[in-house]
Design a protein around this ligand. Structure first.
Ligand code: PEP
Ligand code: MG
Length: 600
């Protein structure tokens, strides 16, 4: 039966495909597709593991001392019975045969299906057997973990790719797949970039959570904050992900499918139209030249940036080099090679490398996230605070960036600064890094120094910032979060996360105006820069440098080509003074006037 689940629209377009559920409770289970030729071998692997566990339990039973409680023997009986359960056995076989899931994934999937049936049972005794099933499944998974897989988890040579969660996708699958999960870490999301999912949806997350940001960079339809999607949707269900409306439609009828198929084609046509703007310079009607830069997460993203016509990288989120490696940080050489690759990938265009910004919703790895759960990580040791707390780590990164600057134009950008002491410590660190390279005779290049304005305190101390830095970059994602006290990753307060709040606009406007007045460079690199509904306002406020995911560049360029910056500056001043700026920025979204009461 068709039903829909609502969430937040984070990445545009329509995806139609079969659901691949990644159960967060089993995040450590390897997920990959096996080569079709090795399906039988994989089924055997699952059977061998099951038999081994059955033998282990039988042995335990035999070794039970005569005075062991009767319940223990009964429990082992139940476990043995569950191991022989036909639904479990045939289900595992089904997922391996039909969908080419690896044995662990097939087992975890079938477990979720049976567990849901247990949840629905009236009989309390039977309902409680779910815990036993879980233990049995854990035992099998543990066994499989200990026994190396004889099966190489790939399709044809190089087709499969391992993801940091162990998820591996097979390029040969012809059914479009959409990923449904409770949550996906930004590091895992990054890995999905290389995969073939047509879209994805998560139960949690806000529009500018880092998971959503990476999804947008993949340019595939995505919905986050869809609350119970991973509970309601079942493995293999057909799902439409409407990334424009933020809706998931499960098990759609043929009529709905046809309608969305039509929408999908319309979207493709629109993209083709925009593609024609690729080589058109971004200049307003009144001749104002605008710089459109790319936000990237990995050096390889420069390919997409150049293809989209970016005139440089405005934000390289270097932390993605640090994440998902179990705390093993990249050394100077590895980082230097990565930054150099990005610089060379831009063929002489400038690259702005932001120093590491881990913490908050970008944990180094999943364990880190778990440890953080009792704190308020967004207000904790994040970004520059993390760097200054670990000088050897920070110096290593600074040396690597300075060395990469020998290969092209590099800007060094520092995130989350608020205090004068932090600024001065950062400057001292940069001097120290240069001195070390000098002493060693290691070549390095000049860098322009920039600070991110993402804490209100920074936006209100511009004089201090402009004394030390060559340019500023406004990180609106965090600036909104910290100005409005709204966790950007929390879907329950997503309705209050408002880029058009007068306080936010005032801080953005003042930063742009002050930089322009002092002849210092200023750009916006938060998601606001890639939001076409904000382009006219930012132009009107005097912004001439926008940095966004490459997938947004052409749509923003289209707005710029249609804009008259002179006229917009008059309008922008009115917006800043308005009680409800959103109503002026985007009149279509303004709330209807309240109806006149019947007795008025
Ligand atoms: C921002 O905060 O707007 C920004 C660009 O940085 P990040 O999204 O990585 O926190
Ligand atoms: Mg930020």
């Amino acid at each position: 039966m068709t039903f829909s689940v609502h969430g937040l629209a984070v990445s545009r377009g329509i995806a139609i495909g079969r659901a691949v559920l990644v159960a967060s409770s089993r995040a450590d289970v390897a997920h990959y597709f096996v080569d079709p030729a090795r399906v039988v071998e994989e089924i055997t692997r699952a059977r061998v593991a099951r038999n081994a566990v059955a033998e282990e339990i039988t042995r335990l039973q035999q070794e039970l001392p005569p005075d062991a409680p009767h319940e223990l023997a009964a429990l082992l009986d139940v476990h043995l019975m569950l191991l022989q359960d036909e639904q479990l056995i045939s289900g595992v076989k089904h997922w391996i045969t039909e969908r080419h899931y690896n044995a662990e994934w097939a087992l975890a999937t079938q477990y979720e299906i049976i567990a849901r049936q247990f949840d629905d049972m009236e009989d309390e005794y039977l309902r409680e057997r779910k815990a036993d099933l879980e233990q049995v499944v854990e035992r099998i998974l543990r066994y499989m973990k200990g026994v190396a897989s004889p099966v190489q988890p790939v399709g044809p040579a190089g087709a499969g790719r391992k993801l940091s969660q162990g998820l591996l996708l097979d390029d040969t699958m012809d059914v479009p797949l959409v990923l449904i999960a409770h949550d996906i870490s930004p590091a895992d999301m990054l890995q999905f970039k290389k995969s073939l999912f047509a879209g994805f949806a998560t139960d949690v997350g806000g529009k500018t959570s880092h998971t959503a940001i990476v999804a947008r960079s993949m340019d595939i339809p995505a919905v986050v904050g869809a609350r119970s999607a991973s509970q309601l949707i079942e493995q293999d269900d057909w799902v439409i992900i409407d990334g424009d409306a933020g809706v998931l439609i499960v098990d759609p009828s043929p009529i709905i499918l046809a309608e969305y198929g039509f929408k999908q084609r319309q979207g493709e046509l629109e993209r083709e139209r925009l593609n024609r703007l690729k080589h058109t310079p971004a200049v307003t009607i009144d001749g104002q030249r605008v710089e459109l830069l790319a936000n990237i997460e990995m050096p390889e993203d420069t390919v997409g940036a150049v293809n989209a016509g970016a005139v440089g990288v405005g934000l390289f989120r270097s932390e993605f080099l640090f994440m998902g490696r179990s705390g093993d940080l990249p050394d100077e050489e590895e980082q230097y090679q990565a930054y150099r690759k990005a610089v060379e990938g831009m063929h002489g265009l400038p690259v702005t490398i932001r120093t590491v910004d881990v913490g908050s919703d970008k944990p180094l790895d999943r364990i880190d996230k778990a440890q953080d759960s009792h704190l308020n990580p967004a207000l904790g040791l994040r970004a520059i605070r993390w760097s200054l707390a670990d000088p050897p780590m920070f110096l290593t990164q600074l040396r690597a960036i300075l060395r990469a600057a020998a290969h092209g134009q590099v800007n060094l950008l520092v995130p989350m600064l608020a205090h004068g002491t932090e600024i001065r410590q950062t400057m001292a660190m940069i001097d120290h890094a240069r001195a070390t390279l000098d002493n060693k005779g290691t070549p390095y290049g000049p860098v322009r120094l920039g600070a991110m304005i993402e804490i209100p305190a920074a936006a209100l101390s511009l004089k201090l910032f402009l004394k030390y830095f060559d340019f500023l970059s406004i990180g609106t994602n965090d600036l909104i979060q910290y100005t409005l006290a709204i966790d950007r990753a929390d879907e329950s307060v997503a309705h209050l996360y408002d880029p058009c709040h007068p306080a936010v606009l005032r801080l953005v406007a003042d930063t742009i105006a002050e930089c322009n007045a002092q002849g210092k460079g200023v750009s916006v690199c938060g998601e606001m820069a890639g939001d076409v509904s904000m382009t006219r306002l930012l132009l009107g406020l005097g912004l001439r440098s926008f940095s966004m995911h490459p997938s947004r560049i052409l749509a923003v360029k289209q707005q710029i080509l249609r804009a008259d910056a002179g006229k917009l500056s008059v309008w922008a001043a009115q917006v800043l003074d308005a009680e409800d700026p959103a109503a002026l920025i985007n009149p279509a979204s303004a709330p209807m006037p309240s109806p006149v009461p019947a007795n008025a």
